[in-house]
Design a protein. Structure first.
Length: 622
């Protein structure tokens, strides 16, 4: 997830700002989408002038202060959240092509960039970065000649060859006053001004300059000049956008109109899962985790996996244990990072350490990974922050593509982490021959359906919010789950503790009778995550019995069950149905109502859900 802004204006219409002012202001507002590097390119005096710098936007501003850009009324700007290639000056956007005549910025992942890059290398093109974006820029440069110097036509030819998700913006030295953009499965909005037009990843990219916006459809190309815009499909047929007026203030625009980043990030989850899946399998359904960097022969010899993580990330690890053991028949231990190295753990060269960390900077996890490396184990990092310390120090990395998570309480990173562990499990099963290729393909097909199913839950969030508001005065809430529903219950409880400051505990439902059931008294709210009735039958009926047991003792039973599960109805005060999915994938759905519940309840209590008391987003001390 990166932030993108484009501008075409005329000095006569808007004397008080030039392209650079618009780009920097837009990037400032879009910095929540990515902040590991930033860059701009402007067209002036028949040439492209670009500046880019790793780190936050302020680094770019300092760079421009030292080496000023010429006055210009046309330009593009980018703030990056790295996917292909770590965060560095070289990998920062814009990327130049065709001898510096054109500049391009990009949000998304181009799945087939490797093949195109090989072809361009054979043509003699030289690449300066590790990014897929530079490949798209070089492709645009190549087809520009075929399009007889028509930049919009060249963009059509280029995007016809690209697969994946992308928003691309390009400027060319021969076309002052023109910005061409294309979008597929990645956001882009057009802003309409007077004698100037804008492009942004979302309206916050131009909200300081205009409130007239146009929503663009999938697979569309838009060309802006100071006083015109034209929209086509990828074949060049005219297309229409939908105009609307932005009525948010600038602060809520950054949150996409949501009251908090946390709520926005909960609603970002269909994209977080889809983007994490993107580009990880070929057309035949074979997983191609190119970034893994541990030789397949070594991975095939692994005898044990130890997952190391803290907090929410550790619950993602607990979900992974069920999936990886089931698919790969390798024992998986899940351990809190801070406990690991103080107990002389048994690891060796055939142990694969899988660390899971959103930030990649959690000190406890970093120390545990270092310790495991010293013992000779292989280390693989599942991480959301490209170039952070843990992936840098690990033998291999599998990035989640949730985009930056701003709210302290983790939501979309959790779902993306679970998705990544599934990919890892399936990859190991493929390498070791534990699953047939058809089985892997079927599971990938089920995973591909998850984003739409999450969206279905989000579309019904009103039911959950009503419940949350009615429970704002609760003093304690318990969560029960079994099998993969157990870590979901733990995560539901953690969310409530950390943002609503309510006592909450998650239990394995089977453990109830060994103690926790003594806590149940009249009116005690208990969430129960119920496994699919289509799965192992004993599991479902045992959890339904658990619901009956707590209800018989006065509990208020709040149930998350699968569509069509009529068995739970009679024992529940409230039921929320999630779409059907294979049991092992269920956490990607069942977690979402619990996140919405915690977020709404804390909001109803008037708390700042984005910055809960006593907590930091990244815990960089032991
Ligand atoms: C909970 C939460 C924390 C983190 C934990 C690990 O909502 O955000 O429990 O999950 O501090 O952080 P990372 O994943 O950055 O290592």
């Amino acid at each position: 997830m990166c932030g993108i802004v484009g501008y075409a204006g005329t000095s006569s219409a808007v004397a008080d700002h030039g392209a650079l002012d618009v780009l920097i202001e837009g990037l400032r507002r879009l910095e929540y989408r990515g902040y590991d590097s930033a860059g701009v390119a402007v067209v002036a005096d028949g040439a492209i002038h670009a500046r880019k710098k790793a780190g936050k936007l302020v680094n770019l501003e300092n760079e421009i202060a030292q080496e000023p850009l010429p006055e210009s009324m046309t330009g593009i700007g980018h703030t990056r959240w790295a996917t292909h290639g770590g965060p560095s000056d070289g990998n920062a956007h814009p990327h130049l092509a065709d001898g510096g005549k054109l500049a391009m910025i990009h949000n998304g992942i181009i799945e087939n960039f490797a093949g195109i890059k090989a072809e361009l290398l054979a043509d003699g093109v030289e690449f300066l970065s590790e990014t897929d974006t530079e490949v798209a820029a070089a492709l645009l440069g190549k087809v520009y000649a075929e399009a007889d110097g028509d930049l919009t036509r060249a963009m059509q030819l280029a995007v016809q060859r690209l697969e994946g998700a992308f928003t691309l913006l390009a400027v060319h030295q021969d076309h002052p006053g023109v910005v061409v953009a294309a979008r597929r499965n990645s956001p882009l909005v057009l802003g309409l001004g007077d004698g100037e037009n804008f492009l942004g990843s979302d309206v916050s990219g131009f909200i300081d300059f205009t409130r007239r916006a146009v929503e663009l459809g999938q697979d569309q190309i838009v060309t802006i000049t100071p006083d015109s815009h034209s929209i086509t499909d990828f074949d060049g047929n005219p297309a229409e956008g939908k105009e609307f007026t932005v009525d948010w203030d600038a602060a809520s625009a950054e949150k996409g109109g949501f009251p908090s980043f946390m709520e926005k990030e909960i609603f970002d989850q269909p994209a977080a899962v889809a983007d994490t899946l993107l580009g990880r399998a070929d057309a035949e359904g074979r997983l191609t985790l190119d970034e893994l960097r541990i030789e397949p022969e070594k991975l095939a010899k692994i005898t044990k996996i130890v997952v190391l993580a803290c907090g929410t990330s550790a619950y993602a690890g607990s979900v992974a244990k069920y999936a990886i053991e089931s698919w790969c028949r390798i024992p998986v231990e899940v351990e809190l990072s801070h406990e690991f190295r103080y107990r002389e753990p048994i690891v060796d060269k055939n142990t694969l350490i899988v660390s899971i960390s959103q930030s990649g900077e959690t000190m406890d996890t970093l120390m545990a990974v270092r310790y495991a490396k010293e013992q000779g184990a292989k280390t693989l990092s599942i991480c959301n922050t490209n170039g952070s310390t843990i992936p840098r120090e690990s033998d291999a990395v599998l990035y989640t593509h949730a985009g930056p998570e701003i709210a302290v309480a983790s939501t979309k990173a959790f779902l993306a982490q679970i998705t990544a562990t599934y990919l890892l499990g399936l990859y190991l099963a493929q390498l070791r021959g534990n699953l047939f290729s058809g089985q892997i393909k079927d599971i990938l097909a089920d995973l591909a359906k998850i984003p739409a199913k999450i969206q279905d839950i989000l579309d019904r969030s009103g039911e959950i919010k009503d419940l949350a508001r009615s429970m704002a005065e609760s003093k304690s809430v318990l969560f029960l789950g079994r099998h993969v529903g157990y870590p979901v219950a733990m995560e539901g409880a953690l969310k409530l503790k950390e943002i609503a400051y309510i006592h909450a505990e998650g239990f394995a439902a089977g453990e109830l009778k060994h103690g926790p059931i003594a806590l149940i008294e009249e009116g005690q709210p208990v969430f129960v995550v119920v496994p699919s009735p289509r799965g192992r039958d004993s599991l479902h009926s045992k959890v339904v019995s658990n619901i009956q047991e707590v209800r018989a003792r006065g509990a208020k039973t709040l149930v998350i069950a699968e569509n069509g599960d009529s068995a739970v109805k009679d024992y529940s005060e409230w039921v929320f149905y999630v779409p059907e999915t294979p049991t092992l994938l269920m956490p990607l759905l069942a977690t979402v109502p619990l996140q919405i519940f915690a977020c709404e309840l804390a909001t109803a209590k008037g708390y700042d859900v984005d910055q809960p008391r006593n907590l930091a987003k990244s815990v960089t001390v032991e």
